[in-house]
Design a protein around this ligand. Sequence first.
Ligand code: C2E
Ligand code: MG
Ligand code: MG
Length: 702
Amino acid sequence: MPDPSQRDSFSSSRRANQLHQMLDAMPAMVAIVGFDRRYRYVNGQYRQFVGLAEQQILGQTVDHVIGEAAGAQALAAGRRALGGEVVRLEGWVSFPNRGRRFIRAVYTPHRAGSGRIDAYIAFLQDQTERHHTEAALKASEALKAAVIDGAFDCIIGINQAGRIIEFNPAAERTFGHRREAVLGRPMIDVIVPPEHRTECLAGFTRFPDGLRRIIGHRVEVEAIRADDTRIPVELAVSEVMINDQRIFTAYLRDIRQRARFERELAQLAYEDMATGLPNRTQLLKLMVDIDTTSQSFTLLVIDLDRFENIQTSFGQEFTDGLLVGLSSRLRDELSAGDHLARIGDHTFAFLVADTHDAIVIENRVDGISAVLRTATTQTGAAVFLTASIGIATGIPGRSKPHDVLRDAEIAANRARQDGSRHVWFDQSMQDRVVERVRLEHDLRRALESGDELWVAYQPIVELVTGRLAGFEALVRWQHPERGLISPGAFVPIAEETGLIVTLGRWVLGQACRQAGRWQALRQPGAAPLFVSVNLSPRELDEVDCFERWKAIMEICGAEPGWLKVEITESGVMQRPEESLSALHRFKGLGVHLSIDDFGTGYSSLSHLTKLPLNNIKIDRSFVSAMHQSEENRSLVRIIVDLARLLGLDVVAEGIETEADKNLLRALGCDYGQGYFFSKPQPADKAEAFIGGDVPWRDAVDP
Ligand code: C2E
Ligand code: MG
Ligand code: MG
């Protein structure tokens, strides 16, 4: 039980009052506890902490007020204080109304007026919040250190004076410096290459514009390492204020790998792998650059002739070696400002800066041609090369690089077609290209609809008797806007685009049906009429050429013996064996084979004898030249004799006059075809010839 008299005597004393006033104002919880473990005094903060009024506390025992656990701790300390000791404590204490709190406490003896210890005073501070903050702070410091130490990026802390105050392990690894060795040294001296130091220092001294200028940006710079090697780094800087001091943190990333990767990508995008020369894209960029400096320039496109042949014969490795040697020698032909590029498998481009001068350019062409003529392989073997060179000029601000390149390529194509060494571009060439594209488009449409195409038939006549022997089927195109277009204008386009395959099969189908109908009309006992159909070399190259033609013949009910297949002399030259084997299969089936335009392809006879031919058609050019000289006449005679020797029939094309016919007959030619007999006619008109109504009857000797 509390002893009220003792409490009263204590609290009534003046000294006690003074003390209490002082303790009331303390920024701590204060309690005075006597030997009897009962409270004699508590200040406002203490009351507030335990959540009780003064009269509920004073005179009560400590464990009663603050619970057994906290009470036991407090009394243990209090006992020591009562023994004269000043006890300092810090730690977690559990309170019934408060839960666990972190308490910092000082227990000190309280002396009565006599100097005797009569109680202890406990000063307590609830430090839970601060303890949390401090712990968090410590954890965050540790975390920061871990982040900095474990970062992949180099982190360098720099003070306002530009000296290093932090240098993390990544920085140590990247720059090859030990942290201890660089702390306190000017950052500039450590990682900035000497030639940039002054400039960098100037930036620093111009603070706040120096380092701050790059704050918030990523920049790529060059840094130097302990072993004096340079590396590209990406740099970002942040700034914080600590105790009124500006602290900069530089984050540096070693981008050697990325830089290498980017370089390789750029190489892939802009360089030809085999020769290391700029590629087509890079050439166009170079031309744009030249264009913006308003220089005139000339572009030469050098298209190597027969390159595919060389490649097929000798292989890729050989041609790669050849190209490497060639490009290095062509490079020697470059003057300052010129560029060489490889823009296609067998195509180089030579960009001549600052001139349109024809003499200068033709000199370049001479130089280039000389290099080609003396090309060698990597093993030193000589290879004689020629090229078709197209030349186009660029006028700054007026001609787009793409257009100039296209023009030069068109001209190179032209040079190839004409067999000339070099050709300057002119606008008519471009017009022709546009025209071709338009025709190709229209031809596709015509083949799909089948409405605009038809077949004309030109009679082929036995010269001795004047008897109609057969017809040649010749395709015609009635264009809806342009009228009749000659095969000479669209067959080459069809060949280039592959449309000839569909076109040829269509003509074959028409001709077979027509042949079937006509056999029934011929006079009894007369030999079957044949129809000649032209087979383009491009069709012959199709693997299933023979099968497809055979199928069409069957579907259309044509016997193989009615059909003659005409293939041009140039068409059979240089064909691989597989293509020529189709001809043997035609022959095996009973189809007749004819060499068209004979004499124009310079075929070697030995080559022709290997083919399963039935006849040759002497080209029109021989027929028209025949009257000019005895020499020309004897040429025709030789062809006819030769054909005889090989057991071949001879047809003469382009017989336009009676004189032509008579001469050819005299020379021993078997058959004739030409305007003298009849122009190619629509099927119904041609049909009249079968009934015997022929315009040439009178002209044939009985
Ligand atoms: P080609 O096969 O040599 O046909 C003969 C060409 O000479 C035809 O020209 C014919 O009309 C023409 N011609 C005939 N007699 C005379 C004459 O007395 N004087 C003159 N100046 N010319 C005469 P066309 O019909 O213009 O055909 C030209 C070429 O187009 C053909 O030459 C042939 O190579 C090709 N061609 C025509 N139709 C076809 C076809 O269906 N398929 C294929 N692949 N080519 C075809
Ligand atoms: Mg023909
Ligand atoms: Mg012909």
